[in-house]
Design a binder for this molecule. Sequence first.
Ligand SMILES: Cc1cc2nc3c(=O)[nH]c(=O)nc-3n(C[C@H](O)[C@H](O)[C@H](O)COP(=O)(O)OP(=O)(O)OC[C@H]3O[C@@H](n4cnc5c(N)ncnc54)[C@H](O)[C@@H]3O)c2cc1C
Length: 475
Amino acid sequence: MKYKRVVVWFRNDLRVHDHAPLFAAAQNAKEIIPVYCFDPRMFSLEEIGFAKTGIHRTKFLIEAVENLRENLKNLGSELIICQGKPEEEVLRIAEVSEANAVFFSEEVTPEEKLVEESLEQNLWKKGIKTEGFWQSTLYHLEDLPFPVSQVPEVFTQFRKECEKYGKIRETYPNPGTLKFPDLNRDKGELPDMKYFGLEEPEPDPRRVLVFKGGEEEGLRRLQTYFWENNCLKDYKQTRNGLLGADYSSKFSAWLALGCLSPRYIYEEVKRYEKEVKKNQSTYWLIFELIWRDYFRFIAKKHGSKIFQLQGIKNDVDNWKRDESLFWKWANGETGIPFVDANMRELNATGFMSNRGRQNVASFLVNDLEIDWRWGAAYFESMLIDYDVCSNWGNWMYVAGVGNDPRENRYFNILRQGQNYDKKGDYVRTWIPELATIPGFDIHIPWDLSTSLLKSCGVSLGGSYPHPMVRFKVYL
Ligand SMILES: Cc1cc2nc3c(=O)[nH]c(=O)nc-3n(C[C@H](O)[C@H](O)[C@H](O)COP(=O)(O)OP(=O)(O)OC[C@H]3O[C@@H](n4cnc5c(N)ncnc54)[C@H](O)[C@@H]3O)c2cc1C
């Protein structure tokens, strides 16, 4: 054995299956000390007044850490839970427990990198070794057919080169029994919502799915979606849906916290293709996971640029910073049914479909012309599946400051509503007041022209629906 004692610092990799640092520790150390540290900086307030991590994701995270503790117990181990800055707390634990090394998963974005680098420096000063592992993507960093500095800016090129020249590694086997040393110390309490000054979210009966954090639930969701409900073969046709659990996989929240490994999903897709069916839909799920990889590698390539106003382009600042307009959007009170329904779903449940996300983002940046970073920060707070690279990457894309080869990705909200919510079932689910307006026909407002919508964009809000919409209805 290379080491007597190794600390495995868990971050956004809250699982025991296909876990590179845990597997390496099991191979190279006699004793392993798994640690999770709740970092208070993750729960601080954003400039515009909302928490960096909102109620839905906080709950999901607590559940995921709890489940990690159980899963480690099943392997004969423990999980030390602490609160504070990981660069101080993990250091303290490593020192006190006389560990020889700390293993962890590498992140790519500046805040996370800074934490990782200061922890490494602190540990080195004390003579404790560190090993960082790459593991959040389908394609391993080292298996890309280009160096990160040369990652193609255009998704299609990235995907084609990966598919042609890259390879996807096999998942790691489960690490087997783990020996946790006799440390004679408290393992740490799991914090609750109150600890973070947050209320428990009210379960909304309209939610698409009960999202419970943790590896066990993530694996169960895959089992249900692929094997029990047999949805994968239809994914390409259903993925633009808005209502119900099975129009898309809903893997994102578990992927974001690493409760599910993308390579495990890949292997399950391949098994499904052998045992059930192989078609465009089975490929399309992998295609979407490559989007996820793409945004992670683009973030690694461009560093802090993905958080800057001009993104990875050098556009001028012509964005508005109108708080009142922003809050109408955020609260789902613009008067435009398709936007409001989606924002209300997000606020009530922490989830929104991909179709919804594209539309509300486009509306904020193209119609309201509000600083796109406000929208991205709001999503960061509210989304249960917030992933730093996917979120900021997609927002840059919609805002036209990212790597979209098309000049202006404008979503005509009215037409989108008409195409994707033909009978208005979705908007009625989230805006029940629509059903009570006499003579209201959900199709009529969607006939409004884009220019009309743009012209009413500056004076949105007030009574519902927007007066312009009402006007058209009663014409
Ligand atoms: C403005 C905006 C913000 C977004 N923010 C996030 C975010 O914070 N976290 C997040 O996971 N996704 C984000 N997405 C991408 C996408 O909307 C979600 O991944 C998807 O809706 C999650 O539902 P699902 O798991 O059922 O997806 P499925 O359709 O079942 O897709 C399977 C998986 O592929 C990946 N994927 C699918 N679409 C994308 C995409 N466009 N970009 C990156 N990965 C993708 C996800 O990991 C997803 O779980 C964002 C999209 C937009 C337009």
